[in-house]
Ligand binder design. Structure first.
Ligand SMILES: NC(=O)c1ccc[n+]([C@@H]2O[C@H](COP(=O)([O-])OP(=O)(O)OC[C@H]3O[C@@H](n4cnc5c(N)ncnc54)[C@H](OP(=O)(O)O)[C@@H]3O)[C@@H](O)[C@H]2O)c1
Length: 333
């Protein structure tokens, strides 16, 4: 579901990595159905990905594609025989739709889900994870936080056996870019315009600059690493629109970053003053997350927080992990 920046990159990567995926993991996936916002294509023997992508690029939709079918997405998910749904439609942080219905449709029809869509998880993660578990299905979502940077896999696999006592992170690349530019004397509005021109910020930047995108990712991280059982309504959120970066602050070796925190005081997203040598003070549009584990202490991972092909790489990682799970093997780090 979804054939946009991430969807197209995912299909391209499947083609490029096909041989390796088969050689290393015995994974030889067949894409039997694809849908965008207008129409869908279906072939039980497997779609020709190259031809499908070429058609989507040329026409802008799947309209007129030889395998086009007239089925709405909910019926498609229900009726198509497949093992896994890859859900990569736009993230709606208020309703979770259309992703939430797609994911529930997969659950009802016995399909595993891999998604990079934050919306459904931000709104219903505790219930969704429990329902999938209950039905012996898996929902994997490593691309929802950090794009291709494996924040979720790192904390679960590499810090296993330890209690995570807090999470603090820069989870939104757009706001990080804006704050970095503001350090150079550029106004919030001009820095936002730059971020939009560079393709970091959406035309409507509300979710980024007002902190909602960070809040959604914090909900996912906190449930995943700390078993918090929270949703968006549990997060106190303040964005960066009112931030003023005084020269004096910079002279003192400090700066401001939009920090998402989950600890024993709850979940919050807010601009915070940090020393410039704090590991969370990262440049450009990077993301950074510090996990504090009870025994081994603070571990910080830094990486690109978004990007079509980077996020597609996270989807492929999840696909490999799902294959290992179905075989009864151990997941990858
Ligand atoms: N881009 C990134 O760097 C990044 C990083 C991490 C996570 N994500 C997440 O990944 C998801 C996809 O992002 P994206 O950048 O690929 O978005 P995008 O370029 O806007 O693509 C969204 C795709 O979903 C399709 N779509 C919209 N409504 C639909 C519906 N009701 N049924 C079926 N398909 C529908 C669109 O159809 P049309 O083609 O017809 O418009 C489009 O193909 C989002 O949830 C986003 O938050 C993105």
């Amino acid at each position: 579901m979804g054939l946009g920046v991430v969807g197209k990159a995912f299909l391209r990567l499947l083609m490029v990595e096909r041989e390796d995926l088969y050689r290393k993991y015995g994974l030889d996936p067949s894409v039997v159905a694809v849908a965008d916002s207008k129409t869908a294509a279906y072939n039980p023997l497997g779609l020709n990905i190259e031809r499908l992508l070429e058609h989507k690029e040329r026409v802008g939709s799947l309209e007129g594609y030889p395998d086009q079918i007239d089925l709405d997405t909910k019926s498609l998910i229900k009726e198509v025989e497949a093992e896994v749904l890859v859900e990569i439609t736009p993230s709606n942080l208020t309703t979770g739709e259309p992703g939430l219905s797609h994911i529930k449709g997969a659950l009802i029809s016995g399909k595993h889900v891999i998604t990079a869509n934050k919306g459904p998880l931000a709104i219903e993660m505790p219930a969704l994870v429990e329902l999938f578990d209950h039905k012996g299905l898996r929902i994997l979502f490593s691309g929802t936080v950090g794009g291709g940077t494996p924040f979720l896999k790192f904390v679960k696999k590499c810090l296993s056996g330890e209690r995570i006592v807090s999470i603090r992170g820069v989870l939104n690349g757009t706001t990080n870019y804006i704050l970095n530019r503001m350090e150079h004397g550029i106004s919030f509005q001009d820095a936002l315009k730059e971020a939009q021109e560079k393709g970091y910020a959406e035309a409507d930047p509300t979710n980024d600059v007002d902190g909602w995108d960070s809040a959604a990712k914090l909900v996912i991280l906190s449930n995943w690493a700390m078993d918090s059982g929270v949703t968006m309504s549990d997060v106190t959120v303040k964005g960066i629109r009112d931030v003023v970066l005084h020269r004096d602050l910079l002279k003192e070796g400090k700066t401001i970053r939009l920090i998402a925190t989950s600890d024993d005081e709850g979940l919050r997203v807010q601009p915070e003053v940090l020393p410039r040598n704090d590991p969370l003070v990262v440049p450009d549009a990077l993301n950074a997350v510090s996990f504090t584990a009870e025994i081994s202490g603070r571990h910080t991972l830094v990486g690109k927080g978004a990007g079509g092909k980077e996020t597609a790489a996270a989807l492929i990682r999840d696909l490999v992990e799902l294959k290992m799970y179905m075989r009864g093997g151990v997941g990858l780090c």
